[in-house]
Structures are given as C-alpha cells and as structure tokens.
Design a protein around this ligand. Sequence first.
Ligand SMILES: [Zn+2]
Length: 171
Amino acid sequence: MGNYIFNRSNNLDFGMSNGGLTVFLTVLGLSGTLSANTKKEKELILWLMEHDIEVRGLGNGGFDVEDIPWDVINFEIEKEFLVNVIQGAKQKIGWDTLDYVPNEELIMSYLGSFMEMIRILAPENIKKDEYKEWINLGIRDKRFKNPEGYPKCEKHGILLYWNGCIACNDK
Ligand SMILES: [Zn+2]
C-alpha cells in the first residue's frame, strides 16, 4: 500500500507510506504556512493539507500535481510559490515544533521528486476548473469549507484545514 504523487503527463510518480506522506505534508505545511501571504497561497497550502490520510483513508492520500487548484493566469507565480515552499521544507522550517525527528534522507528525496514534478508541469496540463470546483465543494457542503480567517495551530503554526492540523491529527 502506498500514497502516490503523480505527474501524469510526464509519467512521473513516487510512493510513500502512510507515515511518510503525513511527514511530507506536515513539513510542507510548516514551510507553506510561513510563506503564504495571499488568500490563494493559503488555499494552496490548505488543499495540500486536505490530503491528510486521517480524512482520505490509509493509502489514499496521494494526488496528481495537475489536480492542484492552479490559477490559469497566475500559474507561473503559483508554481514559483510552491517551489519556494518546498525549498523552505528542505531547510527544515518549523521542524522544531514536531515531537519527532523526520527521517531526513527519505523526506529530502520526497521533496526533491515533488519539486521536479512541479517545475516541469506545463500550463497546458493543468485543469482550468479545478479551483472553482474545489471552492464549490466547500460551498455545497460546509464540512469541507476552509476555516474562516485562516487560523493556525497554536502548537505547530500550521494552517488548519476543515479537519484541523495535520500534525496534531498524526497520533
Ligand atoms: Zn498542530
């Protein structure tokens, strides 16, 4: 069983254990929350946090980078934002808030593969309606709505998605 991150158009993927995915998303959340300034940047981080196996189910936390709710007009800027978030994660931003020490070798390899997938993602391969559909899901069903005012976890400083903090959920 594994959680796979894909870049379908470029035939790339890598798999992670359930624990591996949680750490991968957690370190992105730590770096991403610090880097996110605009509403859309915060939303991109929340979209990642929602892949928490706590709500997706074991082995179901993976995603395709083409399915990230990119903005067609600001695609290159958003890509650069995510690349910076990954770079921050590689610099271990916020790792001192965790109760454990991530397996550095594994996490760096996941982050490197993810960065490559984001970098080579071409605008023609993103889905134009993904953002609208994602936001509409939260409007149709309030359970999946992004928390008002973008609150952060007091302990980890990570943006809270509709089911809380990905690091606190990891028990
Ligand atoms: Zn937390």
